[in-house]
Design a protein around this ligand. Sequence first.
Ligand SMILES: Cc1ncc(COP(=O)(O)O)c(C=O)c1O
Length: 486
Amino acid sequence: MSENSSKIKFYSGEDIPLELHKVRVVQKLHLVPIERRLEALYEAGFNTFRLDTKDVFLDMLTDSGTNALSDRQMGAMMIADDAYAGSQSFVRYQKAVEEVLGKKYLLPVHQGRAAENIISNAYIRKGSIVPMNYHFTTAMAHITQYGGKIEELLYDEAYVINSKHPFKGNMNLEKLEKCINKHGAANIPYIRMEASTNLIGGQPFSIENFRGVRAIADKYKIRLVLDASLLGENAWLVKQREEEFKDSSMAEIILTMTGLADLVYFSARKLSSSRGGGICTNDYAIMKELEPLVPLFEGFLTYGGMSVREIEAIAVGLYETLDEGMICQSPQFIEYLVNSLDKKGVPMVTPAGVLGAHVNAMEVCAHIPQSEYPAGALAAAFFLISGIRGMERGSVSNQRDEYGNETYADMELLRLAVPRRVFTLSQIKYVEDRMTWLYDNRNLIGGLKFVYEPPVLRFFMGGLEPINDWPQQLMAKFREDFGDSL
Ligand SMILES: Cc1ncc(COP(=O)(O)O)c(C=O)c1O
């Protein structure tokens, strides 16, 4: 039994996650009154991306670049080697990628979507099809920008919100083969597997399934690309949920997973609790195809648009991904939050995944049609009554089709991200409390409509407004129930 491998049991029998770290640097938070939060919502176009942090109490927008840095990462940032070319910080980054991810060629990029841009630029042509377990917003935007299309090939179970299936992110192998036969292998530049499928509730895939995808990729000679942005948590869930790997170390599981892919890319904002990103491979030909694009879009090959401090933090963060005591913290907090809300009857995506707790807005706001964005409305309402900023992961996050028609999302989710080692248990209990209240008052939440819609990735900067005065009514009920509480 290793120091970090198991959940600590309480004498009381309570099932609560225990933090295996202590807090040494703190940041003061502000919980502004609900009246100010309402003003802030109007200023932000009812889009939580556009809120200012001065108005936000718990920032659960994302885990991207918001995971807590460790003392070792901060220490490493102080010894960074500042050089345009040949920096020793990059050498340390390369070594970490080789040891942790098992890939000897590394191309640095400034974040995950930059990797997606480079891979799409190199391989996507008009008519290309990219099969994937599920899309991520930026991955899809880059593929479609270069004239390609995506096909999402999950099993039906993945769309069952309340489920016990341990691997809802698995690729449907039968559908994958059918897709290849339909479009022809020549039109499929790569198959993309996303570890811990972000948009369907941070759901992992199993190694057994990944091996199946590999076998099909081999049969049709198609490259297999792994989006490893959330690989650490996917690997941790493999250890918890896949019998074959219950006694394996994180290092073994991660190497097994990356070893199945020809090309691995990641957002270091997630994977290594830092900033930046990378593309890595053991295939010299692939590396040479992508390499010229790095200086073009990112920067020289030893910094790729990142500062050397960020590069040092990635190197240390990659090794820390192997530490179960670190990597289990966010999924255990998420599991605690999901299970507590589930018990109170709030419709949640289950089983608990990674990156955040996901509330099923389609059910909470069953009275709001998808054309009025139930998940966006729930995100706005939750911020209003709690000061907690979550993220809409539903139809607002979807892009219109090539003819400009709205495409409704398979799921309307409010994601409450739980970045690693950032929140305390009492804060998580506050989330639970306010969400339960909102659920009990859900009939007061109303729909939204776009008043400003950017053509690409509209969810980032889009502006919406409520269809009537429901926010004022919700605020009045809050005051009635909570008196002068913040
Ligand atoms: C699975 C996945 N892939 C890619 C990205 C894009 O990474 P970045 O935000 O660093 O551009 C993200 C970001 O959230 C992600 O979750």
